[in-house]
Design a protein around this ligand. Structure first.
Ligand code: PRX
Length: 632
């Protein structure tokens, strides 16, 4: 198992080794896993195509490393604790042996339904253990999983299924989220009207609502599993065979299918999990992220299971049945390591300390955050009220594309500083660039965050379109991976991520493309055109502000707003709902037809002057009108 750093000096030595001898460094880490055949070459790479290969020629199956190899030593240890949405429903505790059996059985069920190595399988499920089982079962047989977050609606789901040409969808009749039931199967049915590649749908029974089962296409999880055996030898995978696709929003309309491969991803998430969180055997670890996002992939399923940890999965939301739920769950399961998003912290802080006080929280040793910048106030609130001033906070910066944590303190080893992700992990070589592409050396600088050397779980391609991967990440600064984030390096070399510099918005920690939201708004029959920007929001980090041009002069703006919200929810999902909608007579466009979002952003932030250079605008008068009608 991965090497664990125990002091800051050791961190510095490891870091240096990883920069001076990256191949030897990572080969040593990789030695700890079960390989069917060892690799021939540790690393081949260039950032021009790009082409990155780690552990080439190596043969393995990641599930043997997550499950089989633990059986002898910890077969009867709990692998996963499941806390249901409804606190009165029974908790489930699944041992490594049971999980192994469940995964093998469902892997056989997939095979019986025509799945084979290399197929793409879409997973659209609630947060139940079967979701983890489905993910691992795909990996077991060498099928590529593409998990879609259950909060996305039919169009977003359909786009993602079509892009990867999935042949199987694994879903549930519905899912519980707080007081709501999400009709997952109904949404799948709607999505599949435009997905001819899908031949089978496997449906888990969760909420018990009535659903349609299409003859010959739809089968029940339970009956398929009953027919399947628990003996499923792991498929032999090449190190660079695809493990999964995970869609992330881009600045253009279509989401990008970020591709991760097997060997490097495995080595990196295991190493980072153990080192960042300083996981000790027997610790109860809880990552609150949904498996629909990368954090759920790397640090709810793969990382903890590779490390033989106890991972907690929570089906519900932080405010159900009340805003004390997280803290109640921590006491109930004696959670030692707790990893969540700044949005959740800010929202629970806003509910007040009365929801925290009834709980002891004395099992906690480590706190973590991920997904968006954490402001100093929220950091301090978390530290004082949840960690009782005793628990180090690891502010972990990374991305879907990086596969694993890149910049973060190591628990108890790196001195923390509120709102700083602090220092790069071994193997990570960040640089800051100015807009002209000049590297900013030294400390006390601010620029755009890039990476100059590959780490094992770097994005390999965007599914079906390598050029897009090149254009998005490797073309802005030649020879570098560009993150899309702005960043400061302080006088001590500590990194602070300042946020996105492109047309994506981090709303409650979820990355949303403005174009994706605009497409959804434009489905409303009365909307001619729309433009979406982010504005600073106290709880969500960023809120969504939509400027819309209406076909008819609609007097009933409130009704129109309601209809737009319904349209977005139906078409894309509730996560894309604008917080503010302004009907405008026109949009500030340049003569070449490009919307000047910079101006809209300023208006959304309440700015009334200083719009910068507006000389290229086709119709400067429109700015005045928009400004005067801004939604406060
Ligand atoms: O802007 C950064 C922000 O989240 C982006 C990546 O989003 P996604 O691919 O959805 O992955 C989120 C979970 C890893 C980054 O480009 N971000 C992530 N973590 C942090 C962060 N911003 C500031 N601080 C962080 N700790």
């Amino acid at each position: 198992m991965a090497y664990r750093i125990t002091s800051f000096n050791e961190y510095k030595q490891e870091y240096q080794k990883s920069v001076e001898h990256p191949e030897a460094f990572w080969a040593e880490k990789a030695e700890a896993f079960v390989w069917i055949k060892k690799w021939d070459t540790v690393l081949e790479w260039n950032f021009t195509e790009p082409n990155v290969k780690w552990f080439s020629g190596g043969k393995l199956n990641i599930t043997e490393n997550c499950l089989d190899r633990h059986l002898a030593e910890r077969g009867d240890q709990v692998a996963m604790i499941w806390e249901p949405n409804n606190p009165d429903e029974t908790v489930r505790k699944i041992t490594y042996r049971q999980l192994h059996g469940d995964v093998c059985r469902f892997a056989n069920a997939l095979k019986n339904n025509g799945a084979k190595k290399g197929d793409r399988i879409c997973i659209y499920m609630p947060m139940v253990p079967e979701l983890a089982v489905a993910v691992l079962a795909c990996a077991r047989i060498g099928a590529i999983h593409s998990v879609v977050f259950g909060g996305f609606s039919f169009n977003s789901l359909s786009e993602r299924i079509q892009d990867a040409a999935c042949n199987i969808v694994v879903t549930a009749d519905g899912g519980f989220r707080g007081a709501k039931d999400i009709p997952l199967k109904k949404i799948v049915d709607e999505a599949l009207l435009t997905c001819p590649s899908v031949k089978k749908v496997i449906v888990l029974k969760r909420t018990g609502i009535a659903i349609n089962m299409a003859d010959g296409r739809d089968v029940w999880w339970e009956s398929e599993v009953r027919k399947a055996s628990t003996d499923c030898p792991a498929e032999v995978m090449d190190s660079e065979d695809m493990l999964f696709i995970l869609y992330t929003s881009g600045s253009t309309g279509k989401p990008k299918g970020v591709v991760h491969t097997t060997g490097g991803y495995m080595v990196y998430v295991d190493y980072t999990f153990k080192n960042v969180f300083q996981y000790n055997d027997g610790d109860v670890y809880w990552c609150t992220a949904d498996v629909g996002w990368v954090t759920g992939h790397s640090y709810l399923i793969y990382g903890p299971l590779l490390a033989g940890a106890i991972t907690l999965m929570f089906e519900g939301i932080p405010v159900f049945p009340d805003a004390g739920r997280f803290w109640k769950v921590i006491d109930k399961h004696q959670v030692n390591i707790f990893y969540t998003a700044p949005t959740a912290i800010r929202s629970l802080e806003a509910h007040g300390l009365d929801y925290v006080k009834p709980y002891k929280l004395d099992s906690l040793r480590v706190l973590g955050t991920v997904g968006e910048p954490i402001n100093e106030e929220a950091w301090l609130w978390y530290h004082e009220n949840i960690g009782k001033g005793q628990c180090p906070i690891v502010d972990t910066w990374w991305q879907t594309e990086t596969g694993g944590i890149m910049i973060s303190p190591l628990v108890g080893i790196t001195e923390t500083k509120p709102s700083f992700a602090t220092l790069p992990l071994p193997g990570v070589q960040p640089v800051l660039m100015d807009e002209g592409g000049k590297e900013l050396k030294g400390n006390n600088v601010e620029g755009r965050l890039c990476m100059k050397f590959p780490w094992p779980s770097i994005i390999r391609t965007t599914y079906g379109n390598h050029e897009r991967c090149h254009d998005n990440y490797f073309s802005h600064y030649k020879g570098y991976y560009f993150t899309g984030d702005g960043c400061k390096r302080d006088e001590n070399g500590y990194y602070r991520i300042t946020g996105r510099v492109d047309d994506v918005i981090k709303v409650s920690g979820h990355l949303l493309g403005t174009a994706e939201i605009e497409n959804a708004i434009n489905q409303h029959p009365d909307i001619v055109e729309s433009a979406v920007v982010g504005f600073p929001h106290d709880i969500k980090g960023w809120g969504i502000y939509a400027f819309v041009i209406c076909r008819n002069e609609r007097k009933d703006v409130d009704t129109l707003r309601k209809e737009i919200l319904e349209t977005v929810t139906k078409y894309m999902g509730a996560i894309g709902k604008p917080d503010k909608i302004q009907v405008v007579p026109g949009l500030p466009k340049t003569r070449s037809g490009k919307i000047m979002r910079r101006i809209l952003r300023k208006i959304s932030e309440g700015e009334t002057a200083n719009f910068g250079d507006t000389s290229t605008l086709l119709d400067p008068a429109v700015v005045e009108e928009i400004k005067n009608g801004a939604v406060k």
